[in-house]
Design a protein around this ligand. Structure first.
Ligand code: ZN
Ligand code: ZN
Length: 156
């Protein structure tokens, strides 16, 4: 299930519904694929709100793995750390690959992101959930789209 958000600008009539999908993964030379963390951003190329990579810091990875005893998740976390340590490119838009992105900020109740077209503030409100069909989109360790595969991803 993906969570749906409604995005609305406070300065113009821009509005959009967007689903927070979790079926993205990185592919390293050795399997298995690695969970890809995402965030909502304004993409300067797509001209809309999209999901982009969220590149966790090593501290955030430590916090995620602290007290985590599931072997699969621990393996995933350590492989994700390899990606972060070797990473050259900044976070990319998962739709078009652009690095011209502005991350949404999470507030107390809603997340907000600067509307690149008008300079207003877009609020993202949770508006429901939806079943998203399809498999996993697979990316390189530098965040470049490789292939879509028919397999469901289920963690973390
Ligand atoms: Zn606007
Ligand atoms: Zn884009």
């Amino acid at each position: 299930m993906a969570t749906l958000f409604t995005a609305q600008c406070d300065r113009c009539d821009f509005n959009q519904t967007i689903a927070a999908r979790t079926n993205y993964a990185y592919r390293l030379p050795e399997p298995p694929d690695v969970f890809l963390w995402t965030q909502f951003v304004w993409c300067g190329e797509c001209r809309k709100i999209v999901q982009a990579e969220k590149l966790l810091t090593e501290e955030e990875i430590d916090a995620w793995l602290a007290g985590q005893w599931n072997r699969r998740i621990r393996l995933d976390g350590e492989r994700y750390r390899q990606i972060i340590v070797g990473r050259q490119s900044p976070a990319r838009c998962l739709t078009c690959g652009s690095v011209d992105i502005v991350a949404a900020k999470s507030g107390e109740h809603v997340a907000t992101v600067l509307h690149g077209d008008c300079g207003g503030v877009v609020s993202l409100n949770r508006s429901g959930s939806a079943r998203i069909e399809g498999g996993i989109d697979v990316y390189s360790a530098e965040g470049e789209f490789i292939v879509g595969v028919l397999k469901q991803y289920c963690y973390p």
